[in-house]
Write a protein that binds this ligand. Structure first.
Ligand code: ADP
Ligand code: MG
Length: 347
């Protein structure tokens, strides 16, 4: 068994940061990417380009390593099952499949005692939406159950705009109550059979449903702080996490915490850990897979992480002069595309 090599499904910026951490611990990386230009290209030791359905290419990629992880959850279920069967996958296929589908995810979350989400239901057609929105007091958000990220295929629905959805294909959607929350936070957990560690909750600001800014530490009272960690821990235990899991949460005005969604991998809201912590979320993914377990992150400095989105990338050279800046080396600027990020230290 090759205990010095990690196969990563996906080659975006999360993959890039996983490769950089792996190198620090003497682990080689092999990437499978569906695009030819990808952020991790310069940082991995080996790469394969193809579709996830290309059996030959996938076969070559699988033969090259024994340990695997993902940097995107949008991997076909049959492939996750295959890797789970034949190799070692962190986290397991089961967890990734839960996070791939919003109905499955929310049903699972509510099955854990002490964990709750917004009220939700499934929707498969416009007539069903029209009927169900009454239960949500005409103030809802609908999201495609699968393949949505950064707010893609998500719409706020109310009395005034509902007719706009008449001709839209609403197969496999979820409807959720639209929450008037106080803030959004996230907690990242790393775990293996020996150890479980938490990154402290951070506060997230989204713009157009895309993460714009993460602040460490989140401003929370001690009860909310403890409760957010407790919820994340319960979820990690319940799914038998081996690897890294991010838990996105809403803090309501009455101080109740509702879980929004799970990411069974390092998360955008954990980029700050690279610059502020002794062990970043990427380091702890590697330590969970190849060493005795994750280590106490030990955050050193308060900071903000700001995403560089779409055309904001044109300002990257001037941002570099003032801040610790990360360029994801994407060839093309697209609106809403995450192009890089920078860190502002607040002391
Ligand atoms: P994605 O997979 O695109 O990140 P999310 O479910 O996290 O999907 O939604 C993106 C953002 O949209 C959230 O971070 C939040 O700002 C907003 N949002 C999502 N669900 C709700 C909700 N039920 N009520 C209010 N805002 C929401
Ligand atoms: Mg989200």
């Amino acid at each position: 068994m090759n205990k010095k090599k990690l196969g990563i499904l996906g080659g975006g910026q999360l993959g890039m940061f996983i490769c950089k951490s792996a190198k620090k611990f003497g682990i080689q990386t092999s990437i499978f990417s569906t695009t030819t230009d990808f952020s991790a290209k310069e940082f991995c030791d080996q790469f394969y380009i193809g579709e996830f359905t290309d059996e030959k290419k996938i076969g070559e990629f699988l033969n090259a390593s024994d340990f695997f992880t993902i940097e995107t959850e949008n991997i076909p279920g049959f492939l996750l099952d295959q890797i789970n069967r034949e190799k070692k996958l962190f986290p397991s296929a089961n967890i990734i499949k839960i996070a791939q589908n919003r109905m499955r995810e929310k049903t699972f979350l509510n099955s854990i005692s002490g964990v709750e989400t917004a009220k939700f239901s499934s929707v498969n057609s416009f007539s069903e939406l029209k009927k169900k929105i009454k239960d949500f007091h005409f103030n809802a958000i609908i999201k495609s159950c699968e393949f949505g990220y950064d707010g893609k295929n998500q719409f706020k629905v109310n009395k005034d705009n509902i007719l706009e959805f008449k001709n839209r294909n609403l197969t496999n959607y979820i409807i959720e109550e639209f929450l008037d929350y106080k803030k959004e936070i996230s907690v990242i957990v790393a775990k293996n059979n020996n150890q479980m560690i938490f990154y402290p909750p951070v506060e997230n600001i989204h713009k157009d449903s895309i993460l714009k800014q993460t602040t460490y530490p989140a401003s929370l009272n001690i009860n909310l702080y403890n409760n957010s960690l407790k919820i994340a821990g319960k979820i990690a235990e319940k799914i038998g996490l081996q690897g890294v899991l991010a838990v996105e949460m809403f803090v309501l005005k009455n101080n109740k915490i509702l879980v929004n969604e799970l990411a069974p991998r390092p998360h955008n809201s954990g980029h700050w850990t690279i610059d502020s912590c002794k062990y970043s979320q990427y380091d702890n993914l590697i330590l969970s897979i190849f060493e005795n377990g994750p280590k106490d992150p030990d955050p050193q400095k308060n900071c903000k992480m700001v995403n560089i989105i779409g055309h904001e990338y044109e300002k990257i050279e001037s941002l570099k002069k003032s801040y610790k800046c990360y360029d994801y080396l994407k060839k093309e600027i697209k609106p809403k595309r995450k192009m890089g990020h920078y860190i502002i230290f607040n002391d």
